[in-house]
Design a protein around this ligand. Structure first.
Ligand code: ARG
Ligand code: ZN
Length: 882
């Protein structure tokens, strides 16, 4: 927290560090009141002139500072607002600082803090400066040796990065350990854990024959919930060897679960720290979605060992270098572990709902931003998910083999270095011989491009023409955009299936057996593609596999969408066509509702859904995805700025859902019954698919007819796993009246109150229920003994759930929903600025909401006027009001 207006940091101001820290020795004395940290930094000046050394530091109490064992005189250094300035250092020296910190009082969960009775750290991006004075920037890489002393009873387990060198008792109550990490790393990858923890252990032999000890440390209460993550870890290690040729490089790999954590997890070298919600699993407490998330996050953090740790970022503007690439890698892993199409659909659905909204809002930024005020605000869907899409497009353009060669070159060329997105792209170019010059605009231009396609067919000449144009809306600071390179994967659907493609002026490629799809390269504002030898008027199958993160405009009529939906050979296009059809129908009902016209719901949609449900040869998981109507926030975004009417959207969507439930009642019931299972729970693809479709049948049935709430209730009572139990409860809570859900909700709490992660789901469900009592219920739950404003998972569940998943109540016409959110943000601003800032997202979309804009902006203004605004909240609030 600072008094002055927080400043902006610019990429163009980047300068290499004037000093290097070759070795870092740290000693921690952990105590109940405070912790003393002693550092010995082996400094080397990297520039010719004698420049002062500016070390970062925040909330530190400096006790002593010396250079080469000589205590510094007061005038030799200066304490500044954000660190320590030291004048006149020898070219090479050992700087030692002794500082006092108070982890017990650290509610920001950044730096060293306490979660329950354990000490843990979170240093990315700039948390290390809350531990000791340091050059806390990713291009300063150092070899760390860390010793820790603490009370032996309270903290029998003392962990840091790398290998354990030594451990010894100190006196009759304290003990001491020393760790050494041979790999130079930036401070953001440092980690320390101390606590009374238990662990499970396994081992992995790398392709090169190294035996790695794998451990997952948890609080004793969680010992029964570690097996799935361990299995996922071993599968990740094997996969990274096979697919990317990456082997693990130390003899030990630890994971620690903590209950208080700002994000999902952190890839600290050999000591990954996880939010317990992203690592602990058991069928009693974890849903199928939870299992899949755990698998993906365990893999993500493990993959960072190469894409992030061995090769790291030069500066935080390059964050997507490690995050985009690593998300691409974990998505490929998940695709290989389960269904590629389903994984793609899930990812695209999230991207289009949330990342497109970010790209269209006040915080829009390029994959490689040019400036920021608070870096913590840039751990965004754009950096992660759009960044992964950019890597995926490179993969598409280069092809599997060249991409792998590019990846190999990148890792070998830059091993041990801190590099840039440019270095990544250049490695891809050098290995493939491909020119990605214009493609680089994906890194520098923000906003979601719009790809507009029209077509014509000439029956005389058997030619089919696609006219393609692209544009990109203005984003903050970027009024004009240059054309992107957009790989447009496409095919043409004819009566008997996908047609062979012959681009005019190109030889038919007889070598490839499959010539029914192509990737067109769209790299100009307008382009035309002519296909010869097209014997019938086709339906274009466009943006197959979502080959680029763009909005596609093509004027499909409903029968074309039905054809694509049932017969196209690209799973993504089939799903996307179902979404487009549902969107058309829901939008039409919105118009009818708002004009007062009779509501007529096109039976084409329910007819198509019945067909899907009747076809038992289809993957149930895909059917469930296709039956999922576009969400209310996606519909609001589609309506456009100033045009989203939340109540209308809610009513229209509910009406369409009900109509489908009624029209498909028989087949829904039949599938619901047939998909039931007596097998023991497994988080296997097969079982997850069956449960997904069965619960989606239940959802439609309960929505359509109160008589089916009995099914939901029976399922709630008899379910043998959390997925089914919660689905039953959710159906009661969303479609029933208070006397349907009040008792089940109370019983659920009684049964699971000892499991924090389940209580969080219970909070979230109640926050998202669309009934009129939601606001009061949320206010009440904030006083519940199980709610805690200092625990991010609880805040996300209750407050995030309300603001993000309950549009009709959050957008109440009396503005009380906005007020609740802003009140919480105001309190969190001083407790945990990162979480406060993240909660702001729903308010930043104020431009969309017809009739609500002034109230939403009013709350942002109220926050802007608060004294002592954190840089995190300051940045989002002020940018949203611009
Ligand atoms: N690098 C971590 C991850 O995998 C996330 C760390 C987030 N840190 C933050 N300050 N927001 O992906
Ligand atoms: Zn990551």
């Amino acid at each position: 927290m600072r008094d002055a207006t927080p400043g902006t940091i610019y990429l163009e101001d980047y300068q290499a560090p004037p000093y290097l820290i070759n070795r870092t020795e740290l000693h921690f004395e952990l105590g109940e009141e405070d912790t003393i940290v002693t550092s010995r930094l082996h400094l080397l000046r990297a520039v010719a002139e004698d420049v002062p050394l500016q070390l970062h530091g925040q909330e530190l109490e400096l006790l002593q500072v010396s250079v080469d064992n000589e205590e510094l005189a007061e005038e030799a250094y200066q304490l500044t607002d954000d660190g320590l300035l030291i004048h006149q250092l020898p070219e090479q020296c050992v700087l030692s600082c002794k500082t006092r910190i108070r982890p017990q009082d650290n509610t920001s969960l950044e730096g060293l803090y306490k979660s329950h009775r354990m000490f843990c750290t979170q240093c990315e991006a700039e948390g290390f400066r809350k531990i000791t004075y340091y050059l806390d920037r990713p291009d300063v890489m150092s070899v760390f040796t860390v010793s820790i002393e603490a009370d032996a009873k309270r903290y029998p387990v003392l962990l840091s990065n790398g290998n354990l060198l030594e451990t010894k008792p100190l006196d009759n109550t304290r003990h001491w350990v020393q760790w050494h990490d041979p790999f130079p790393k930036p401070a953001y990858l440092f980690a320390l854990v101390a606590g009374d923890l238990e662990h499970i252990e396994d081992s992995f032999r790398t392709a090169g024959g190294r035996d790695v000890t794998l451990r997952i440390y948890v609080e004793p209460k969680d010992m029964g919930k570690c097996d799935y993550a361990m299995d996922a870890l071993k599968r990740s290690m094997r996969w990274d060897e096979e697919v990317f040729g990456r082997e693990y490089d130390l003899d030990i790999f630890n994971i620690v679960a903590v209950d208080d954590f700002n994000m999902g997890a952190m890839e600290n070298k050999s000591l990954n720290i996880f939010n317990s919600s992203c690592v602990l699993a058991h069928p009693d407490i974890t849903t199928d979605a939870g299992y899949q998330r755990i698998e993906a996050i365990v893999a993500h953090e493990y993959f960072h060992n190469w894409s992030g740790n061995r090769v790291t970022c030069r500066d935080w503007f390059q964050l997507s270098l490690k995050e985009g690439f690593t998300v691409f890698r974990d998505a490929e892993f998940s695709s290989d572990m389960g269904s590629r199409t389903v994984k793609r659909v899930e990812d695209v659905s999230m991207l289009r709902t949330a990342q497109f909204a970010e790209d269209a809002g006040p915080m829009a930024h390029p994959v490689r931003p040019e400036s920021y005020i608070e870096i913590n605000n840039f751990y965004t869907l754009t950096i992660y998910e759009k960044g992964a899409e950019v890597v995926r497009m490179i993969h598409t353009l280069l092809g599997e083999e060249n991409f792998r060669a590019g990846s190999d070159l990148y890792f070998s060329r830059h091993d041990g270095q801190a590099v840039t997105c440019e270095d990544f792209v250049r490695a891809m170019e050098d290995a493939s011989g491909m020119d990605l010059g214009q493609f680089r605009r994906w890194y520098s231009q923000a906003g979601t491009p719009i790809l507009s396609v029209t077509d014509s067919y000439d029956a005389e000449s058997n030619t089919y023409t696609l006219d393609v144009s692209q544009r990109c809306p203005a984003t903050p600071g970027q009024a004009q955009k240059q054309p992107f390179v957009i790989p447009l994967a496409m095919g043409l659907l004819g009566d008997a299936g996908n047609l062979p493609l012959t681009l005019a002026g190109q030889e038919t490629d007889h070598e490839t057996e499959d010539n029914t799809h192509k990737v067109l390269i769209v790299d100009q504002e307008r382009q035309q593609f002519v296909f010869d030898d097209v014997r019938e008027r086709p339906v274009p199958s466009l943006l197959r596999g979502f080959s680029a993160p763009v909005r596609l405009e093509y004027d499909y009529d409903r029968s074309a969408l039905c054809q694509l939906m049932s017969r196209d050979d690209d799973g993504f296009v089939r799903w996307d066509s179902a979404q487009a059809l549902a969107l058309q129908v829901i939008t039409e009902v919105q118009q009818q509702l708002s004009s007062g016209a009779a509501v007529v719901i096109d039976p084409l949609l329910s007819g198509a859904f019945v067909q899907l449900l009747e076809d038992t040869s289809l993957d149930p998981a895909m059917v469930a995805e296709m039956l999922a109507l576009p969400g209310e926030s996606y519909l609001a975004e589609q309506a456009g700025e100033g045009a989203a009417d939340v109540d209308l959207i809610h009513r229209a969507r509910a009406a369409v859902k009900q109509a489908i439930g009624e029209a498909a009642e028989q087949v829904l019931l039949a599938r619901y019954q047939a998909l039931s299972s007596v097998d023991a729970y497994q988080p296997s693809g097969d079982q997850i698919a069956r449960r997904a479709l069965r619960n989606s049948c239940l959802d439609y049935l309960a929505c359509a007819n109160g008589a089916h709430l009995g099914l939901a209730h029976a399922q709630f009572l008899s379910a043998g796993n959390m997925t089914d139990r919660l689905a039953g409860l959710r159906a009661l809570a969303f479609y029933g009246a208070a006397n349907d859900w009040a008792q089940p909700l109370a019983d659920f709490y009684q049964d699971w109150r000892h499991e924090t992660l389940v209580v969080n789901q219970w909070l979230q469900l109640q926050a998202a229920m669309p009934d009129g009592g939601a606001l009061d219920r949320v206010r009440g739950l904030m006083e519940h003994p199980d709610f805690d404003l200092r625990n991010p998972n609880k805040v996300r569940a209750l407050i995030g759930g309300f603001a993000g998943q309950n549009p009709v109540n959050f957008h109440r016409t009396d503005g009380e929903g906005y007020r609740l959110l802003a009140d919480v943000i105001a309190r969190l601003n001083s407790i945990n600025p990162q979480i406060a800032s993240r909660l702001l997202a729903p308010l930043t979309k104020w431009r969309y909401y017809a009739g609500r804009q002034d109230m939403m902006r009013g709350e942002l203004q109220r926050l802007a006027a608060l004294p002592e605004l954190s840089p995190d909240v300051y940045e989002v609030v002020t940018k949203s009001l611009q």
